[in-house]
Ligand binder design. Sequence first.
Ligand SMILES: CC(C)(COP(=O)(O)OP(=O)(O)OC[C@H]1O[C@@H](n2cnc3c(N)ncnc32)[C@H](O)[C@@H]1OP(=O)(O)O)[C@@H](O)C(=O)NCCC(=O)NCCS
Length: 164
Amino acid sequence: MFMPLPVPERYNRHSMLEYRTIVPPYAPSFFDELTALGTEVFGQFDPTELVWRLTHMPDPSVQVASDQGLVGFKLGYASGRDRYHSWLGGVRQESRRRGIAVQLMNLQHEWLRSRGYTSVGTATLPENVAMIALNMRFGFRVIGSQCQADRPRVLLSKNLAERD
Ligand SMILES: CC(C)(COP(=O)(O)OP(=O)(O)OC[C@H]1O[C@@H](n2cnc3c(N)ncnc32)[C@H](O)[C@@H]1OP(=O)(O)O)[C@@H](O)C(=O)NCCC(=O)NCCS
């Protein structure tokens, strides 16, 4: 059972949020909800790639935070027998800095451990300070860089045997 991490007092305005891991099959209405949140978080958001990855990549999962609707999400899929790739995540602008991404990451890592994954990787733009800070706080380490679509990405990895 998922045990939320203790959070600072200032996060308590969101203590009523529900955190869940959602696995396939995904309803079309869920893709619509994710697309709406993705568009709000990223400005531009192409649902085709999201739907393709959640349909065709192995062992996908989506961790969500919700009240009346989705407030934050984190999603990924297997990149090897015991390795997971955390592909995308975001929290609504007005709900940031209240520990929601922390809880989503904690939930994802517990779910990964329960399924036997030993490491998780992710890639982020070097200028995405929030995401890099969040990942480093969770024990991710920089393992390299890669150019994707002409933009450099920082590659990070975490050993799931280390507790958060
Ligand atoms: C990155 C993101 C998911 C963080 O969500 P969040 O719910 O605000 O994060 P949290 O409140 O859980 O923050 C946890 C820690 O991350 C770090 N952090 C979060 N936002 C930060 C920021 N803007 N600048 C620096 N550090 C930040 C801090 O260490 C923070 O702990 P603190 O608040 O005690 O200092 C959110 O900023 C977001 O949705 N960004 C746009 C989408 C995006 O870039 N996604 C990544 C690409 S996949």
